[in-house]
Design a protein around this ligand. Structure first.
Ligand SMILES: C=C(OP(=O)(O)O)C(=O)O
Ligand SMILES: [Mg+2]
Length: 562
């Protein structure tokens, strides 16, 4: 990544993935456990197997106990990691190695974990993201078996900025925001677990610093800006003081608008049923993206209509009388579902995913629409339905017709493929609304896998090419008098949110934690200022320039410390 001399000292530029500024001394993550040597063990195989089981169970119990103290995504991540610790395939493979190769339990587990990780890597997408979890579990079990300290975040009481090559989701999940004031990693992309968890915890974070992370000196006081992605290595005392001001998460009044009263609906993204209540409690005006596939990820059969009705009903109940945009299954790529996705695709992100799965499996879509219609009939929420990965006008037409057959009248599409953005006019002549998925729109515009840390610098919705496609989509919406929302991570960036409003976006849907900051910036910014920031950003030729120019044109950001 780039580094440059700036007024306050050397500045490194990474990818800001969780907004906010923090200052403090750096602490590096404790090193991982060393690879156990490959040699015959003098211990009896039964003893080695027993030691392995005891260590694996202890790690699973410890992780589960910690999960109990957490909620939401953090809890879920720790529970998943705990499951890996006692995964039958992993433990069985390690036991076999103990018996056949007569190696120590730690060596056997090390090799078994390597085999599981290789399988996950081959499967790609969601599974490839789990490789970090497998390695984390391996290190914890091996540390217990060999008596070395468990690798991970050091226990401290004084606030610090954590610096790591990469961070296991289990480690990120237990970070205490009162002590860990900021997070910096050399690896990781904007949609990595580290990024998602840091946002959920409200810890300012910068990822993808690459080799430049080695320039950070252990113990030195630095400033991290999770909004702009900057890391200031030698900050001025003023910069430190500003960044040290503790900002409580802003609350949201429940009505989004610019300072001159231009309405912008501020909605929540809901990924699982349990997130609905907290989203409503955070004041969200409704749900702008209900990712239904996350209710059914860990299964290899289609969920029954009754199961679906129940899951959807719980979300609708939390938003009585309010808008809930239900997205039909976005199976494939980073969210593979064995009953819908072929496993032999060379490029799953460009494969049979999202709406395309209905070509071969129309019944799955029909059943889901039937379930959504039944749940909608039983609740007072205003149910809108949208299809992911629509790339042609005819697909929008087909989807709207399918929804109409089930009495679902407000049917729209996600715009997350450049072709859909370019043809937004004719698409919105058919569909009732569009919701821009900036995560995928960025991936497909820049041809950069959204899960790949090495390509993180390309994965930014600030890229003027992405901004230009968003504007084209808004123009299509305006021509057809249809609302155009944004439900990708871009909506949660307070600066970009203002730019999106300036381009004509009518609603923003985000992680509930971001609602307060986004609402505050809009409330302190006029529609004209938003438009000017948008015009300036669109006039640049690279993402950094777009972000910096737009930020300069939005004084509310600095006033609010964002
Ligand atoms: C909101 C989006 O969908 P997902 O992240 O679930 O692919 C997106 O692509 O921006
Ligand atoms: Mg998407």
């Amino acid at each position: 990544m780039d580094s440059a001399e700036a007024a306050g000292g050397t500045r490194l530029q990474g990818v800001g993935v969780s907004p906010g500024r923090a200052a403090g001394p750096t602490v590096r993550l404790a090193a991982g456990v060393p690879e156990p040597p490959l040699r015959r063990s003098p211990a009896a195989p039964e003893d080695s197997e027993a030691a392995l089981t005891t260590a694996a169970d202890a790690v699973a119990t410890e992780l589960r106990a910690r999960a109990q103290t957490l909620t939401g995504t953090a809890k879920e991540v720790l529970e998943t990691t705990a499951q890996i610790a006692t995964d039958p395939t992993l433990i069985k493979d390690a036991r076999q190695r103990i018996t056949t190769e007569r190696v120590s339990p730690e060596r056997a587990l090390w090799e078994a974990a390597a085999a599981v990780a290789a399988q996950f890597e081959e499967l790609g997408g969601y599974f490839a993201e789990r490789v970090r979890d497998v390695h984390d579990v391996r290190d914890r079990i091996v540390a217990r078996l060999t008596g070395v300290p468990t690798p991970g975040v050091p226990a401290r009481t004084e606030p610090f900025i954590l610096v790591a090559q990469d961070l296991a989701p289990a480690d990120t999940a237990q970070l205490d925001p009162a002590v860990v004031r900021g997070l910096i990693t050399a690896e990781g992309g904007p949609t990595s677990h580290t990024a998602i968890l840091a946002r959920a915890l409200g810890i300012p974070a910068v990822v993808g610093l690459g080799e430049a992370a080695a320039l950070i000196v252990e113990g030195a006081v630095i400033v991290v800006d999770g909004g702009s992605g900057a890391v200031v290595l030698v900050p001025t005392s003023e910069e430190v003081a500003q960044a040290s001001e503790h900002h409580e998460a802003r609350t949201f009044s429940g009505r989004g608008a610019t300072s001159d009263g231009h309405r912008v609906e501020l909605l929540a993204n809901v990924g699982e049923v349990a997130q609905a209540e907290p989203a409503a409690a955070a004041g969200a005006e409704g749900v702008g993206l209900f990712r239904t596939e996350f209710c059914f990820l860990d299964r290899d059969t289609e969920p029954s209509i009754d199961e679906q009705v129940e899951a959807y009903g719980t979300v609708l109940a939390a938003f009585a009388g309010k808008k809930v945009v239900v997205r039909t299954l976005d199976a494939g790529a980073d969210k593979p579902m064995p009953f819908l996705n072929p496993t032999d695709e060379a490029n799953p992100a460009l494969g049979v995913r999202g709406f395309r799965t209905s070509w071969k499996n129309p019944d799955v879509l029909e059943n889901q629409l039937a379930a959504i219609a039944t749940a909608a009939a039983a609740h007072s929420a205003q149910v809108w339905v949208m299809a992911p990965m629509v790339s042609r006008v005819g697909e929008a037409e087909e989807f709207v017709a399918a929804c109409a057959r089930h009495g679902l009248e407000t049917a729209g599409v996600m715009v997350e493929v450049p072709s859909a953005a370019l043809l937004a006019g004719p698409i919105l002549a058919r569909a009732a609304f569009a919701s821009i998925g900036t995560n995928d729109l960025t991936q497909y515009t820049l041809a950069a896998d959204r899960l790949l840390g090495a390509l993180a610098p390309l994965s930014t919705p600030w890229d003027p090419a992405v901004l230009s496609l968003i504007r084209t989509t808004c123009e299509g919406g305006q021509a057809q008098s249809r609302p155009v929302g944004v439900c990708g991570e871009a909506a949660a960036d307070p600066a970009l949110a203002a730019v999106l409003v300036g381009m004509g976006v009518t609603s923003l849907s985000m992680t509930p934690r971001a609602l307060g900051d986004v609402a505050a910036v809009l409330a302190a910014t006029s529609l004209e200022q938003c438009r000017r920031a948008a015009t300036l950003a669109l006039g640049t030729d690279n993402a950094d320039a777009a972000r910096l120019t737009a930020r300069d044109a939005l004084p509310a950001l600095a006033e609010l410390g964002l």
